[in-house]
Design a protein around this ligand. Structure first.
Ligand SMILES: C[S@@+](CC[C@H](N)C(=O)[O-])C[C@H]1O[C@@H](n2cnc3c(N)ncnc32)[C@H](O)[C@@H]1O
Length: 204
């Protein structure tokens, strides 16, 4: 079995955005949830497993000034920087495996679409949650999207753990208070659909 980093570097090295199921031309649901979770454009935001998502483009255009994108794939981050051009210098880019990463600062908002659900082993989930706790403070917002209980069992050839907003809340623990949730049917670039569950938490 190839390691996680090689899997994702190979994926981003061989497939265009419109050739991966998770691609969104504009991540409307995430943007709406981020907009309702924080009010200041100077708030610190991190997109964990951002890949080549257009979320950072939209946040830059909206005037957010403290943006970080983390991904295990350097290939994905390089593609995003090239797409964004000069404004990429206004973003902190971190190439790291979230399971081994130790945040050196905290953020007001932590966003993750379709990353945590790849962690099917309890130890890896625990390591992610440890990073989440280290990278946030009381009052931080956490927005996470996973495949829902009726969503696919695999993505990018890998098994996933599916969640409802409630079961994700249970997994994150009592320090993360669920305050908004939404089910979304994502239309893939191939004309198929995937059931996602979005959940927004406030850290106590
Ligand atoms: C399904 S894609 C979603 C990308 C992006 N969040 C979006 O919504 O378009 C999953 C992303 O998570 C990244 N990823 C997977 N495992 C990771 C890990 N352990 N640490 C950091 N990033 C990871 C992949 O490289 C990929 O960019």
């Amino acid at each position: 079995m190839i390691d996680r980093r090689t899997h994702w570097d190979t994926t981003y090295g061989t497939k265009a955005d419109t050739e991966v199921s998770w691609h969104q031309p504009r991540p409307e649901r995430s943007l709406a949830m981020i907009g309702s979770a924080i009010s200041s454009r100077s708030a610190g935001l991190i997109d964990v497993g951002g890949g080549t998502s257009r979320l950072v483009d939209a946040l830059l255009a909206d005037g957010y000034s403290d943006l970080t994108v983390l991904d295990i794939s350097e290939v994905a981050l390089t593609r995003s920087k090239a797409r964004i051009g000069a404004d990429a210098a206004r973003v902190d880019w971190i190439a790291a495996d979230i399971v081994a990463w130790q945040p050196q600062r905290t953020w007001d908002l932590w966003h993750d679409r379709a990353v945590f659900h790849f962690l099917t082993e309890e130890a890896a989930q625990d390591a992610y949650i440890a990073a989440l706790r280290r990278g946030t403070v009381a009052g931080s917002a956490v927005i996470m999207a996973t495949f829902s209980l009726s969503g696919p069992e695999r993505c990018s050839g890998l098994p996933v753990q599916r969640y409802s907003a409630r079961s994700l809340a249970e997994r994150l623990g009592a320090d993360f208070a669920l305050f908004a949730e939404a089910e979304e049917t994502h239309a893939t670039p191939f004309g198929t659909t995937q059931a996602f569950s979005y959940a927004a938490f406030r850290r106590r």
